[in-house]
Design a protein. Structure first.
Length: 225
């Protein structure tokens, strides 16, 4: 038999994974999926979750944190520009997710959106444009952009945004997974070259003096003979 699933039950699982660390995030997601299946129509159970704050907490189960890097904050902006990298600054990396886990969490949130359109559904549609785009794709039957409600201007804007996003993804991937470029010391203008030239001139003068002395000694020996 199924059991009613409410906000408190979901918080227990999330805190076990994120606060007490007694279970892994993947295990917590499996438990939540099982609880949702127990609320199907044939189990005679209800789903009563109406707290929008749970949306971010659920997405944390799918988050990918690169090794050796701190977890980005909620308000941290992304700056992966070429100038920022060339100046030696460490670019801030946006929040990343494991694709498979992200889709599983999003499926759970779509169920919550349908069970509570006024609270969970409204929050998802207003603050999570990706989820809203998925809903539009599913309802229109068009699973590629532009969605059915796009005009020419919006279509062009979406294409530009997609191109910009691909460039940002490439920069983030390069920053995370390629070895860092070796740092080269900048030489002061007008300081190194003259010293090298002075040393070269001194060696050249010594060599010329040595040749001249040998020549003079040879001429003196010939004159004495």
């Amino acid at each position: 038999y199924g059991a009613d699933l409410d906000t408190d039950s979901l918080w227990i699982v999330l805190e076990a994974a994120q606060v007490r660390k007694s279970i892994s995030r993947q295990r917590a997601l499996v438990i939540i999926e099982h609880l949702f299946r127990c609320c199907s129509n044939d189990r005679n159970a209800t789903l009563n979750i109406k707290e929008p704050r749970l949306i971010n907490e659920l997405y944390k189960l799918a988050e990918f944190v690169p090794v050796g890097r701190p977890r980005p904050t909620d308000d941290e902006s992304m700056d992966t520009s070429d100038s920022n990298m060339q100046n030696g600054h460490s670019p801030s990396v946006p929040k990343l997710a494991h694709p498979g886990l992200w889709w599983r969490v999003t499926s759970i949130l779509l169920v919550l959106s349908g069970s509570d359109p006024s609270t969970m559904g409204a929050t998802l549609s207003q603050e999570y444009p990706t989820v809203l785009a998925l809903i539009k794709m599913a309802t229109s039957g068009r699973y590629r952009f532009p969605t059915v409600d796009c005009d020419d201007e919006l279509r062009d804007r979406m294409k530009k945004e997609e191109s910009k996003m691909r460039e940002e993804e490439a920069r983030v991937a390069e920053h995370l997974f390629l070895p860092p470029a070796p740092k080269t010391k900048k030489e002061k203008v007008g300081s190194t070259s003259p010293r090298r030239g002075a040393r070269a001139s001194a060696r050249q003068r010594e060599r010329q003096d040595k040749v001249r002395r040998q020549k003079q000694a040879k001429e003196a020996a010939e004159a004495a003979a």
